[in-house]
Design a protein around this ligand. Structure first.
Ligand code: F6R
Length: 608
């Protein structure tokens, strides 16, 4: 997500910080900043927008120094403003922190610090860190950082410098990557090895709950209680581009693999298991209004539209709210009736899709209540909607949407819990959904561990010229999404269908050369799916079944089976989608396609 860079040494830190930020910029960001110490002076500059804006500000008032930290921010807590950009400072501007991750208990910490007289200048969770470090600082920075991190709940990759202890950068990690390198040029800290490769390929990767003290010619790593740790120096053989992809051949694969983490980030701090509720801070201001809402209308395009269709099943079955889902590109032309009893939910990864934005403007003009489920913080849709919930899935770079989709499903499940508990949903059901949702990040790696099997299936079926994807109920939209992924990435024609519709036409297509992917987890429509699979088999069609672990019977009917772990029915789409993403990915790669940039497609569709 965000980018961290730090330097200490004999060189001028400023150009090195800018270079590091530029190398991390492929990850996406909305604001940036650097701070550099020069003898008595502290040079501190931040800007909203592209790095050029920061460089322009710097050019108007240039400076140099031998120690500094920089950051490119992808907003999570607080809008995209200069005050919210990192580095963040303590009251005296002695301590400066750059931070990736989320401090979950920031509100409680902030309240205590404010009572002690600390003055906060941003809306971020990060700002509690410099103030807490200030509280503990007695001249030794690492000691103060250790004490601070013992109180903090959440995730972090961070780098800290202090004017009153200026010979070091203190860095720490918990669930957010951080790498250091000390070489002939000096000591470096970064969140991404790509930022350091031009200086050295020898790096030290911090593990969770480790703290590093980096100086210009040496480093030391300890645990949270100052106990020294031995660290291996890893020699990377990556090119810069490989490093940006974290060693994966494509961003798409990296983003598929990342889903355990991105789904976890989407639900972090939002599930109240005991109360069987979801906490969605971005909906707080409209919470009362939402109680009186009688209908929902979800509006989106492409993959986000498919997420909306899954949402429709969830919201109707468990929250008891009649829900419609529209393509944004069609919504405007059917003269929609906007009434006060309906809430309009706009789903968009980029937050910039022209059709979705145009539909949103139309609803706003007619006075409808608008909500957003958006990944890119500060994007147009996020800004224009009345309220909403961010995905927190991190930047998605591959053009074909993968981790954004599973994140959208996660947020829709949370929305269902939120609205359901305002209405008919019992405490017991709320607790059940909350518990099952929280299990998902642990289940995703089980599916990913079967990637080799999916790759073999991709090899087996790669020459088929058409594919059918079928599912029912919650997995009908997953069939649509699976077919879309295959089309985009492999350029093979694929149709997604509700399995019940097969008999009404598409079954005429089936023969031995027209394979079907059948989504048939063990759920309330499983038996019906089995009948549909049998109809396909009776016409010599090949079937790949996506089924629940332990279901051995399905092997007797389907030609090939991919298993997913057992999960509450409403949540199966988050799991069944992943094998379909991998299948499309492997076929695309086997065909020699650039799966990150499929032909004719753009990541953000800003024309209608
Ligand atoms: C498919 C895909 C697109 C987008 C669609 C909407 O893999 O990425 O179908 O889902 O263009 O984009 P957002 O979600 O940015 O509004």
């Amino acid at each position: 997500m965000c980018g961290i860079i730090g330097y200490i040494g004999k060189e001028n830190a400023t150009p090195l910080l800018f270079e590091g930020l530029r190398r991390e910029s492929y990850r996406g960001y909305d604001s940036s900043g650097i701070v550099v110490f020069e003898e008595q002076a502290t040079h501190y500059v931040r800007a909203v927008g592209k790095l050029e804006k920061l460089e322009e500000k710097f050019a108007n008032n240039p400076f140099s120094g031998n120690i500094g930290v920089g950051h490119s921010r992808w907003a999570t807590h607080g809008n995209v403003t200069e005050a919210n950009a990192h580095p963040h400072a303590d009251c005296k501007q002695n301590i400066f922190v750059v931070h990736n991750g989320i401090i979950e208990n920031y509100a409680a910490l902030k309240e205590k610090l404010e009572k002690k007289g600390h003055r906060f200048t941003s809306q971020t969770d990060t700002e509690v860190l410099p103030h807490l470090i200030e509280h503990f600082f007695k001249g030794n920075l690492e000691e103060a950082v250790q004490k601070t991190l013992q109180l903090v709940k959440g995730t972090y990759g961070l780098a800290v410098i202090a004017k009153e202890d200026p010979e070091k950068i203190v860095a720490a990690r918990l669930s957010s990557p951080l790498v250091i390198s000390v070489n002939s040029g000096g000591g470096f800290v970064a969140s991404d090895p790509a930022a350091l490769l031009s200086h050295s390929n020898k790096m030290i990767f911090l593990d969770d709950k480790e703290i590093a003290v980096v100086q210009s010619d040496n480093f030391r790593v300890t645990d949270m209680y100052n106990k020294p740790k031995e660290k291996e120096i890893v020699e990377l053989e990556w090119t810069l581009e490989e490093a940006q992809k974290g060693g994966y051949p494509y961003f798409m694969l990296k983003e598929i693999i990342e889903q355990s983490e991105s789904v976890k980030n989407s639900m972090r701090g939002r599930i109240l298991t005991e109360e069987g509720r979801a906490k969605l801070g971005g909906l707080q201001q409209v919470e009362k209004q939402l109680r009186d809402i009688k209908r929902l209308n979800i509006i989106a395009c492409g993959t986000s539209y498919h997420a909306g269709l899954v949402g429709e099943y969830m919201l109707e079955e468990y929250a008891g709210i009649p829900t419609d889902v529209d393509f944004a590109s069609e919504f405007r032309y059917r003269k929609p009736i906007i009434d006060k009893e309906t809430a309009f939910v706009f789903i968009s990864q980029s937050g910039e899709t022209a059709d979705t934005l145009a539909a949103l403007k139309e609803v706003k003009e007619k006075g409808g209540l608008t909500l957003g489920i958006v990944n890119v913080v500060g994007s147009s849709i996020a800004r224009e909607t009345d309220a909403g919930a961010y995905n927190h899935a991190g930047p998605e770079i591959g053009v074909a949407s993968t981790k954004a989709f599973t994140s959208q499903l996660t947020v829709l499940s949370l929305l269902c819990l939120f609205l359901g508990r305002q209405r008919q949903m019992s405490l017991v059901m709320g607790q059940r959904i909350a518990k099952e949702l929280a299990r998902i990040p642990e289940l995703i790696p089980q599916i990913l561990s079967g990637a080799d099997n999916i790759e073999k299936l991709a090899q087996k079926y790669r020459d088929a010229r058409n594919f059918l994807y079928v599912g029912r109920k919650y997995n009908y939209p997953v069939a649509l999404e699976g077919a879309l992924k295959l089309k985009e990435i492999s350029y093979i024609h694929a149709e997604g269908y509700g399995a019940g519709e097969m008999k009404h036409g598409p079954i005429a297509l089936i023969d031995e050369n027209f394979p079907t992917i059948a989504l048939c987890p063990s759920d309330s429509v499983y038996e019906k799916m089995v009948s549909n699979i049998q109809e396909i088999k009776a016409r010599n069609g090949k079937v790949i079944a996506i089924a629940t672990e332990g279901n051995e019977d399905i092997r007797k009917i389907a030609d090939d089976v991919i298993y997913i772990p057992k999960i509450f029915e409403m949540l199966t789409p988050i799991l069944t989608t992943i094998p379909l993403q991998l299948f499309a990915y492997y076929i695309g790669v086997l065909k020699g396609n650039d799966v990150d940039k499929p032909r004719n497609l753009a990541k953000s569709v800003t024309v209608e």
